[in-house]
Design a protein. Structure first.
Length: 259
């Protein structure tokens, strides 16, 4: 555990010593703030029009802040994270290889699993900082509306699991290449396929539909956005994380054997 914490601390210090983490967090916050403003402003406009115009009130029905703001907000956040998190994970192992410090790391009395978990939790700590910056959005919704806190809680649980899956995939891609840009592109491409694959399932055969739907990120995240924490969805993300951390460990072991 001490070695894991040492690597987490090392990752956080190196991240903030370079502009990558600050730029990523800044862009994430700006994008989330922009989209939240548009969603919330649209909801406020519709609410005002519904109050002043009975015809529009019947057209939109009961305007619910959870339905019109919270759920779209989490959907947009998941898409922004798909773009941003590969920028955080791309340097995890690729930079170590390029700078020549990978060999030094492997010669330390640190097991491969400790190195991987240290990198994983280091990236996850940065993600938690990014996630904390979205709390004012929820506070604003609570001040002007009456959101369902169960949906918000489930949504944040889903975001943590989804981000963990993104990070695990990104670490694996970073472990198989020495180029940070290549690692980021590979991570983004693979995550985008798994993010969009659910839309393809509707046009596939019956058995293929089941497989593609199960592999889809969005299919498993929708329940969290609705306020439902399903154990099957939780298990999917946990198995995904374990699988790609395992692949990362095998990648490091092959590097150790090749010398």
């Amino acid at each position: 555990m001490r070695n894991v914490l040492f690597i987490v601390n090392k990752e956080l210090r190196s991240s903030f010593n370079s502009p990558v983490a600050l730029v990523t967090i800044t862009i994430f916050t700006a994008l989330i703030g922009y989209y939240f403003y548009n969603i919330f402003a649209s909801f406020s406009t519709l609410s005002f029009q519904a109050q002043t115009n009975p015809v529009e009130a019947k057209q939109y029905g009961a305007l619910n802040v959870t339905e019109f703001v919270i759920r779209p907000f989490f959907g947009i956040m998941s898409l922004v994270l798909l773009i941003m998190l590969p920028m955080l994970t791309m340097r995890s192992f690729a930079e170590e290889k390029k700078s020549g410090t990978m060999e030094l790391l492997l010669t330390f009395p640190v097991r491969d699993i400790e190195a991987i978990m240290g990198k994983f939790f280091g990236c996850l700590a940065l993600f938690f900082l990014m996630l904390a910056l979205t709390f004012p959005c929820m506070a604003l919704v609570a001040y002007f509306g009456e959101p369902e806190w169960g949906v918000i809680g489930a949504g944040y649980v889903g975001m943590v699991l989804l981000a963990s899956a993104f990070i695990a995939m990104g670490l694996f891609m970073s472990s198989i290449t020495e180029n940070q840009i290549v690692a980021a592109i590979l991570s983004f491409a693979a995550l985008l396929v798994l993010y969009m694959i659910g839309y393809t399932a509707a046009y596939a055969g019956e058995w293929l539909n089941v497989i593609l739907s199960y592999l889809s990120f969005t299919a498993h995240f929708e329940s969290f956005a609705k306020g439902v924490i399903d154990t099957s969805d939780v298990n999917y993300y946990l198995l995904f994380v374990i699988f790609f951390l395992f692949l990362s460990m095998r990648s490091l072991e092959s590097k150790r054997w090749r010398g």
